[in-house]
Design a protein around this ligand. Structure first.
Ligand code: NI
Length: 170
């Protein structure tokens, strides 16, 4: 498993609903959780590791251990409220972050990894993370939501960042 880097085609794909929660999916979820902590991210969507399935994992607690990861399958935002500007980054867009305005509070429903229906209300970083991950499932990366000016600045910067990443890897 590895994290795909923007602008990979799979990151632009709309993920399909999960229809069956079986052993293979449980293993995939476990691997995603391990990957999220290893990459020191607060959230990871299935598309980011190459599976166009509607699910994401999240832990905004700031803990480096797999303490309390949240798994949401087939998530749907049912309500949003307020708005907030905050710095945002993404494991698929390494070494880049930008301020982005999003609703401040969200209500989301979906299923946990055992197929039980869950509903939760979130604010702050959790609300931002939920919206960011569901965007991934719809083929949207946070840089696609930047203002035209910021997006053009990103487009100029990004090839250089990619180049420096490749040098580091090689
Ligand atoms: Ni992301």
């Amino acid at each position: 498993m590895k994290i795909l880097v923007y602008p990979h085609e799979i990151l632009k794909a709309k993920a399909r609903p999960v229809e069956k929660i079986d052993g293979a999916l449980q293993k995939f979820i476990d691997d995603m959780i391990i990957m999220m902590y290893k990459a020191k991210g607060v959230g990871l969507a299935a598309n980011q590791v190459g599976e166009t399935l509607r699910l994401f994992v999240m832990d905004v607690s700031g803990s480096e251990e797999a303490s309390n990861p949240i798994v949401i399958i087939n998530p749907v935002i049912t309500e949003v409220d307020g708005s907030e500007v905050a710095e945002e980054g993404c494991l698929s867009v390494p070494n880049y972050s930008a301020k982005l305005k999003r609703p401040a509070i969200v209500e989301v429903k979906g299923y946990d990894r055992h197929g039980k229906e869950i509903r939760l209300e979130a604010d702050g970083l959790a609300a931002r993370c939920i919206q960011h991950e569901i965007d991934h499932l719809d083929g949207i990366c946070f840089v696609d939501r930047l203002s035209p000016l910021k997006r053009s600045m990103f487009r100029k910067k990004w090839p250089k960042i990619l180049e420096s990443l490749e040098k580091k890897d090689g």
